[in-house]
Design a protein around this ligand. Structure first.
Ligand code: ADP
Ligand code: ASP
Ligand code: MG
Length: 450
C-alpha cells in the first residue's frame, strides 16, 4: 500500500486533476490511498470568509460563498462525470451559507472557523473521486473526520493516533484490498463528538504521514509543484537545485524553519517504521524527486558543507535580562514555565551570563507572557525578525563555517546565533526585510549561484 498526497496546486483545476488521475493509475498495483488538499488558494479564501463573519456585511459574505462555489463548479464542469459530486458540493455550500450567516454581532469562534476552513478539502476530494471513477478507477470517497479523531484545539488539533490507527486499518485497508482507491481529505479531523477540527496550515502532508504509518505503507508520496526538496525555496533562489535524498532530521529542520514544501510534523509518524517520504512534481511525474528516509544516501552538493537553506518570517525576539540568574538555579525552569503556561512554542534560543534571547512565532499571548516575564527581570521584544536555518552534514565539525556564513551575510546584521546539539543545523536571526537577500547570498557562497 502507498499513500499519495496531492497538494493545492496538484488539484488546482481540471487539467491538474486529469494529471492526478493518470498518476494514480500508474500506481494501481501498489494499492494507493489518495489524500487531497483544497484547490490552491481555497483555504485562504475560506479563512477570509470566516473573518468576514459577524461584520454584518451580508452582501460581501454572499459574494464570497458564491465565488467559492463557482470555482468548484468551473472545475467540475471541466471534468465529465462530476454532476453528483457537484450536487453534494452545492448542498454543502448552502449549509456553509447558513453557518456563516448565523454569526451575527460577534466574533467567529475557533470551532466555527475550523468548520468553515475544512470545506475546501471536502469539496476537492468529492471532485477528485468522481473524476477518478469516470476515468475507470474504482474510487471510494471517504470522509476522514470520523477516522482522524483529534483533541479540540481548533486550528492546531492533535490526532489520537491509537484511535486513528485502528479506524484507518478497519475502514481504509478493506477498500484498498478490494482493489478500490480510497480518496480522502488532508488537514481536517473531528473531535470524538464529531465537531470538525483542522490540524494547522499545510496539514495535509501530516495527514498523509499519519495514514502511511497507520496502514504500514511502503512509502508516502507528496505530490507538489516543484521537483523535490531543494537547496533553497526556488521562489527566492531560482537556480536552487533538487536534493535526491534527505534524512528525516534534515527535512524536519528545514520544514520547521520555513521550507513550506513539507509540514514540520510530516516525518514524525514515519520515523519509527522507517517509511520513506518521496516528494514529487505532479507536472513532471517521471522525475525522481527527493526521497526522505532512513536509507537516504546524503550526497554533498558539490564541495559545499551545507545542503539547504530555509528561512521563516514573522518572528518575534523576546529578550530577558536578569542579573539574579547569575550563579542561581531554577531560573530557566521559571522562564520556560511562562511559555508553557501560555502554550507558546520557543524556536531558537541563545543565552549569555545574565540575559537570554529567544524567538517565538505565535504572538497571540505575547502581552500575558511579557507580564509574567517581568517578574523575572527586564524584558523587551524585537518584532519583524526572520530565522535563517542552514542544514548540512557535520556542520558542527566544519572549521571556518561560521566565518564563511557571516561574511556572506554581511552587511545584514545577525542577531541570535544558535547551533544545537545536532550536527546538522545552524540557525540565526536577521531582520525580516533582509531575509530573502541573506538566503540568496548564502546560496551564492555555498552553491555558486543565486
Ligand atoms: P502544496 O500545495 O503542494 O502542499 P506548498 O505550496 O505547500 O505545496 O509547498 C510547495 C512550495 O514550497 C514550493 O512551491 C516552494 O516555493 C516552497 N518551498 C520552500 N522551501 C522549499 C525547498 N527547500 N524546496 C522546495 N520547495 C520549497
Ligand atoms: N489546505 C490546507 C492549507 O492550505 C492544508 C494543506 O494544503 O496542506 O493549509
Ligand atoms: Mg503544502
Amino acid at each position: 500500500m502507498i499513500v499519495a498526497k496531492f497538494g493545492g496546486t496538484s488539484v488546482a483545476d481540471a487539467e491538474a486533476i486529469r494529471r492526478l488521475v493518470e498518476i494514480v493509475r500508474s500506481r494501481m498495483r501498489e494499492q494507493p490511498v489518495v489524500v487531497v488538499s483544497a484547490f490552491a488558494g481555497i483555504t485562504d479564501e475560506l479563512l477570509d470568509l470566516a473573518q468576514q463573519c459577524g461584520t454584518g456585511n451580508q452582501p460581501e459574505i454572499e459574494r464570497s460563498v458564491d465565488a467559492l462555489l463557482q470555482r468548484h463548479e468551473r472545475v467540475g464542469d471541466g471534468l465529465p462525470g462530476c454532476s453528483a459530486a457537484l450536487q453534494s458540493i452545492r448542498a454543502d455550500a448552502e449549509q456553509l451559507r447558513v453557518e456563516v450567516s448565523g454569526v451575527r454581532d460577534r466574533k467567529v469562534s475557533p470551532a466555527e472557523t475550523d468548520s468553515i476552513a475544512g470545506r475546501g478539502e471536502v469539496w476537492s476530494s468529492r471532485l477528485v473521486a468522481a473524476a477518478m471513477a469516470q476515468a475507470g478507477l474504482d474510487s471510494a470517497w471517504v470522509d476522514i473526520r470520523p477516522i482522524m479523531v483529534t483533541d479540540g484545539r481548533f486550528g492546531r488539533a492533535t490526532p489520537y493516533t491509537q484511535v486513528l490507527n485502528k479506524r484507518a486499518r478497519d475502514q481504509l485497508k478493506p477498500l484498498a484490498d478490494a482493489g478500490r482507491v480510497p480518496v480522502t481529505q488532508g488537514f481536517i479531523g473531528a473531535t470524538a463528538t464529531g465537531v470538525p477540527t483542522t490540524m494547522g496550515r499545510g496539514g495535509s502532508d501530516f495527514t498523509a504521514a499519519l495514514l502511511g504509518a497507520a496502514l504500514g505503507a511502503t512509502r508516502v508520496e507528496i505530490w507538489t509543484d516543484v521537483n523535490g526538496l531543494m537547496t533553497a525555496d526556488p521562489r527566492i533562489v531560482p537556480s536552487a537545485r533538487t536534493l535526491s535524498a534527505a534524512s528525516y532530521d534534515e527535512a524536519a529542520e528545514l520544514a520547521t524553519f520555513g521550507a513550506k514544501i513539507l509540514h514540520p510534523a510530516t516525518a514524525l509518524p514515519l520515523v519509527r517504521a522507517g517509511i520513506p517520504i518521496v516528494i514529487l512534481n505532479s507536472r513532471d511525474p517521471e522525475r525522481h524527486g527527493t526521497t526522505i528516509g532512513p536509507q537516504a544516501q546524503l550526497d554533498r552538493m558539490g564541495d559545499s558543507p551545507i545542503r539547504s537553506i530555509s528561512w521563516k518570517q514573522g518572528i518575534t525576539v523576546v529578550n530577558i535580562r536578569a542579573p539574579r540568574m547569575l550563579g542561581t538555579y531554577g531560573f530557566l525552569r521559571a522562564l520556560f514555565e511562562v511559555f508553557e503556561r501560555h502554550e507558546t512554542v520557543v524556536d531558537v534560543l541563545a543565552s549569555g551570563e545574565v540575559s537570554i534571547s529567544l524567538t517565538i512565532e505565535d504572538r497571540s499571548r505575547l502581552a500575558s507572557i511579557m507580564k509574567d516575564l517581568h517578574q523575572l527581570g527586564d524584558v523587551w521584544v524585537e518584532e519583524g525578525r526572520a530565522i535563517v536555518a542552514i542544514v548540512g552534514i557535520g556542520l558542527k565539525h566544519t572549521p571556518g563555517l561560521a566565518g564563511r556564513v557571516f561574511n556572506a551575510v554581511w552587511p545584514a546584521n545577525v542577531e541570535i546565533i544558535s547551533q544545537g546539539a545536532s550536527a546538522i543545523n545552524m540557525t540565526f536571526v536577521v531582520r525580516e526585510e533582509d531575509g530573502p537577500d541573506v538566503v540568496r547570498r548564502l546560496h551564492q557562497e555555498f552553491f555558486g549561484s543565486c
